[in-house]
Design a protein around this ligand. Structure first.
Ligand SMILES: [Zn+2]
Ligand SMILES: [Zn+2]
Length: 204
């Protein structure tokens, strides 16, 4: 494990898989390259990207960017970013966060709570007792008070602080990133990198 850390945007939405987003995957890739992001991770809502579509987009992107995909899962305890799940099997509406996390663990995937405290204090506080791998502490969807609460959660739990754009529009892609160690060529590399518990720094 060496040297240069990679700039990773771990939380980006594109359409049509996230209807709430205004950007196409191609636009997101272009914006990420312009923002000098090394690894871009699509995390569309409750959707697993077909591997061949990511491969096609990777070819289009070229060597300047590594493209990977995860998923943002909505459950009763809020939203969770999951990396390393290959199917939606076992996931369902009205699922608790604990149920989701048990599926994540069975598949050796990684799970980061997205924007804790955004929907309720109760959901955010529940994360003090969940087996998560990281806390998204800042994004384009985070208010100053929620940033402080999320930072405290990461600190008290001694969990990696994740900075990610949660982009739904072109201008937000790459606005926040997490620095992670190399190599990150596959989703397993990414899971490994996140689970190392590296404390990352926000650049901007
Ligand atoms: Zn969300
Ligand atoms: Zn999101």
């Amino acid at each position: 494990m060496s040297g240069k850390l990679l700039k990773v945007d771990l939380h980006v939405h594109t359409r049509p898989y996230s209807p709430c987003s205004t950007i196409s995957p191609h636009e997101a890739i272009k914006a990420a390259i312009e923002a000098e992001i090394d690894v871009l991770v699509f995390t569309d809502h409750d959707t697993i990207w077909p591997g061949r579509e990511i491969e096609e987009l990777q070819k289009w992107a070229g060597p300047a960017l590594r493209l990977l995909s995860g998923i943002e899962v909505s459950c009763l305890g809020g939203h969770f970013l999951v990396y390393g799940l290959e199917s939606l099997k076992g996931l369902h509406y009205n699922m608790t966060a604990a149920e989701l996390i048990s599926i994540v663990r069975r598949h050796s995937a990684a799970v980061v709570v997205a924007h804790p405290f955004r929907f309720s204090m109760e959901d955010g506080n529940a994360c003090y007792n969940l087996d998560i791998d990281g806390v998204e502490v800042d994004s384009s969807n985070t208010t100053p008070s929620n940033r402080a609460l999320a930072g405290k959660l990461a600190e008290k739990r001694n969990l990696p602080r994740i900075y990610a754009s949660d982009a739904h529009s072109r201008r937000d892609v790459g606005r926040y990133h997490t620095l992670l160690p190399q190599p990150i060529n596959t989703i397993s590399d990414l899971v490994h990198s996140i689970r190392q518990g590296i404390r990352n720094l926000r650049q901007d």
